[in-house]
Design a protein around this ligand. Structure first.
Ligand SMILES: [Zn+2]
Length: 562
């Protein structure tokens, strides 16, 4: 029995009680003059809604919720509300008025998600096996993990009374995964046609973020960030969208990228602008000349910004020590190294590893992308068959299938790609041997590399290349957090850290593919269980299917020519 006395003001304006928030989407049964009256109530509880504000006069109407009469579906409970003498017909009329308000699924979802920041829910995961991913990584069997607000509150301590219990029996808890190399879709337009025009292509931020969360990715490092990504990050922080933490790197290149830096002075200015714009990291790009590459890195160091990057083509054929300049912190793909040489021996890989170690440069091997390039070169079916393809925005589906830059490569080129992949494996082995930290990064957003889903492919390939399951997991948890310098906040399961966690059905230390067996995800203390993950994914899939015809990459390009 549930007896909660509320007034309309609370329902409409305050929505303070979590249980009452459910009211907004469920069937209410009133009894008036002993006649049951069903009201299908769909209210978007946006507090700024003018509809609610226009009915302030009903704010003192009262009702009493007596029974919660269904537990069949935790997401959609229904309440039976009995009429009390104090319910006035006016109130009923007001509710009837709400029934005519219909909102599309998307609006409903977004409004539901709005709770994100307001919830102060306490959870206790009972009986769970914790893989903390600290350096010692001592697995804690059958533990009780309490999460309060958005932090890990305690491990193996008492359970607060108000905690929602999650049964962790036979399950495994790991830190939320970090993808250290992504390109998240964001609104964009190549040309400004008139001053008040919006982007040519817009995206639903939630749909962009859902595949990350569905795969346990709770932090991403965007290596092609634009202003729009700050907007996305704000949406997440505000609680309008559930999404991962986003670290943003500004690209500085010699051509084909914005801003273009052709000399050291331009390069230094570009870094200063990026700092002022709020970027935390710099990505040095392929086309910088040698002097500008060095100047960009030097200037970034002065502003306390870490540098990730490609290795400019200007260094090709030059001694490898030339591009390991001080403060060059992270190589964005192993491919950068293989492009610098045609010697694909283990000795060469070891030379790179030693130089990286001496310079403090870490590596994102990015195995997934290299392997995918060689597969796409042979067949587009390799993309269509990907597990997450249906969650890829239709414009990108169209681009990857109709304007694929790799498909149809010559036998010789495919052989070359395969050789590069073999060299990637040697690089991973050599970097491991020498002790250079490696980070899991997938290049998600590049054709054939799907946001979120790709992290599991990367982990699998890192293990195939010679990392242990634990080392691979570290590359996507603690080590990524260390490089981003947020390891005091995320990356391991320890009290006081943010509640970014993945609950797995099986042990990933036994088999790295078990990272795919996700029972639920905590992101910033918000619990998304398997059924909710599936609903969120289905939303994306349905929208993609319904809008497929509207997006054609080639048509879009043609429209720009006119
Ligand atoms: Zn990239």
């Amino acid at each position: 029995m549930l007896g909660v006395k509320v007034n309309l003001k609370q329902i409409v304006f305050g929505m303070k009680s979590k249980k009452l928030q459910h009211l907004i989407k469920f069937m209410l049964t009133f009894k008036l003059n002993n006649e049951p009256t069903n009201i299908q109530l769909t209210i978007c509880y946006n507090r700024k809604s003018s509809i609610f504000q226009s009915h302030k006069s009903y704010k003192n109407s009262l009702c009493t919720i007596l029974t919660k009469n269904s537990n069949k579906n935790r997401n959609f409970p229904s309440f039976k509300v009995n009429h009390q003498s104090k319910i006035k017909m006016k109130f009923l009329k007001l509710l009837m008025l709400f029934t005519v308000i219909s909102f599309n699924l998307n609006a409903q979802n977004n409004s539901n998600l709005k709770n994100n920041q307001q919830e102060n829910t306490t959870y206790a995961i009972k009986n769970v096996n914790v893989i903390p991913m600290t350096k010692e990584n001592k697995v804690i069997k059958n533990a009780t993990v309490v999460l309060k607000e958005n932090k890990i509150f305690s491990i193996n301590n008492s359970i607060p009374e108000n905690a929602t219990i999650i049964d962790g029996t036979d399950k495994w808890l790991i830190p939320g995964l970090i993808d250290m190399h992504v390109h998240t879709l964001a609104d964009g337009s190549p040309f400004v046609i008139y001053p008040t025009k919006g982007p040519l292509v817009s995206y639903n931020t939630q749909y962009n973020m859902t595949p990350y969360l569905a795969n346990g990715v709770t932090t991403v490092f965007d290596l092609g960030a634009r202003t729009e990504h700050f907007g996305q990050r704000n949406e997440i922080i505000r609680g309008d969208v559930i999404g991962p933490r986003m670290a943003l790197a500004k690209v500085i290149g010699g051509k084909k990228s914005n801003p273009i830096a052709k000399n050291p002075s331009d390069g230094r200015n570009a870094v200063r602008f990026a700092k002022e714009e709020g970027y935390e990291f710099i990505k040095a790009y392929t086309w910088l000349n040698k002097e500008t590459f060095k100047a960009v890195i030097d200037e970034a160091e002065k502003h306390n910004m870490k540098v990730v990057g490609h290795i400019p083509v200007a260094f090709e054929g030059k001694p490898a020590k030339d591009f390991f300049v001080p403060h060059f912190g992270l190589i964005a793909h192993a491919e950068e190294l293989s492009k610098q040489t045609d010697d694909y021996s283990y000795e060469k890989a070891q030379e790179f590893a030693r130089l990286a170690k001496d310079n403090g440069t870490w590596l994102i091997p990015n195995m997934t992308n290299m392997l995918s390039i060689s597969q796409q070169a042979k067949s587009l079916q390799s993309i269509e068959n990907l597990e997450g393809f249906k969650y890829v925005h239709p414009l990108m589906q169209s681009k990857w299938l109709t304007s694929n830059g790799y498909y149809g490569a010559s036998e010789k080129l495919i052989e070359y790609y395969n050789k590069l992949y073999e060299f990637h494996i040697l690089i991973v082995k050599a970097f491991k041997e020498v002790g250079v930290p490696m980070l899991a990064g997938t290049d998600a957003g590049i054709s054939g590399i799907i946001w979120g889903f790709s992290i599991h492919d990367e982990l699998k390939l890192l293990v195939e290349a010679g990392l242990t399951n634990e080392e691979a997991l570290a590359s996507a948890t603690r080590l990524g957090a260390e490089w981003l310098e947020i390891d005091n906040k995320i990356g391991t399961i320890e009290t006081g850290k943010f509640a970014d966690l993945v609950l797995l059905d099986e042990n990933p230390l036994d088999n790295i593919n078990n990272t795919r067996k996700i029972s639920g995800v905590f992101v910033n203390g918000k619990w998304i269980d398997r059924s909710k993950i599936d609903i969120m994914l289905l939303d994306v899939e349905r929208w993609n299917n319904a809008n497929k015809e509207k997006y054609d990459w080639k048509e879009l390009l043609n429209s720009l020519k006119n």
